[in-house]
Design a binder for this molecule. Structure first.
Ligand SMILES: O=C(O)C(O)C(=O)CO
Ligand SMILES: [Mg+2]
Length: 256
């Protein structure tokens, strides 16, 4: 059974960010991810994580705007400087938080120039931070219209083309089901490239045990493949986060 992390940008939002760590640990999570940890002082986040005994396993590179702002710039030709500046900032924050994975968001863009910019920026980043694990994540076009990366074949081609050991795939089962219609087949196609997994119910993006996806079977499949990475709950809780954690309790019971 994989190790589970809570996405503190979407879970436990009933309470202040620095209080979410202890509650997540108490609920059974062993790690957390924070999409845009740029509004709170990094040392405060780090202290809260250490006090709760949790790893901060993933952050996104800026922009620090979850509420409808741009979703990254890595594939936006005219914003190459901005991407690189923001990446430097994420490295500084990741160092304080001791975070292993940094998700580099492509942003809204299209066409050949966007592809070449994405490849150039990602190659640059892999060399700039050989110690970091960098990820790219296909997002579906309904939730993220105009986002450059919403195709798994393209993600595989880009990762193969750059061929850097520190660049891999972030598999979000909600987006993957939306994009491919078959999460299990998608996982089998991309498994060797996956560095980090995020889960939610589909459709609806609520608790993993809502919707149509069979998570006990998916977790068993991860075990069969020897997946050793994290699985993060990244969803919108229906009520309070704690009331919707049966999926985690069941998974942890199978593990023990
Ligand atoms: O939306 C998602 O699934 C993400 O994981 C993200 O990084 C921000 O959009
Ligand atoms: Mg995701």
């Amino acid at each position: 059974m994989p190790r589970f992390a809570a996405n503190l940008t979407m879970l436990f939002t009933e309470i202040p960010i620095l209080d979410r760590f202890a509650v997540a640990a108490e609920a059974g999570f062993e790690g957390v991810e924070i999409l845009f940890p740029y509004d709170v002082a990094a040392p405060d986040l780090s202290r809260a994580a250490i006090a709760a005994g949790l790893d901060i396993v993933l952050i996104n590179a800026p922009p620090p705007n979850w509420a409808g702002g741009p979703r990254g710039f890595a594939a936006v030709p005219e914003l190459q400087d901005r991407f690189r500046r923001d990446f430097e900032r994420s490295l500084r924050v990741a160092q304080v938080l001791r975070t292993r994975h940094i998700h580099l968001m492509a942003g809204r863009a299209q066409g050949e120039a966007a592809l070449e910019t994405f490849v150039e920026n990602l190659s640059w980043a892999t060399k700039r931070a050989p110690h970091a694990s960098l990820t790219i994540e296909p997002l579906n076009q309904v939730d993220m219209p105009g986002y450059f990366l919403s195709d798994y074949g393209l993600a595989i081609d880009i990762i193969d083309r750059i061929a850097a050991p520190n660049l891999g795939l972030q598999l979000d089962t909600y987006h993957a089901q939306h994009i491919t219609g078959d999460i299990m087949a998608c996982w089998r196609k991309v498994a060797p490239l996956v560095r980090h997994i995020q889960i939610a119910g589909h459709p609806g993006r609520q608790e993993p045990d809502t919707g149509t996806l069979d998570y006990p079977a998916f977790f068993a499949e991860l075990d069969d493949w020897g997946y050793r990475g994290w699985v993060a709950g990244e969803y919108n809780p229906r009520q309070t986060t704690l009331k919707g954690l049966d999926w985690l309790r069941r998974a942890l019971a199978v593990r023990s």
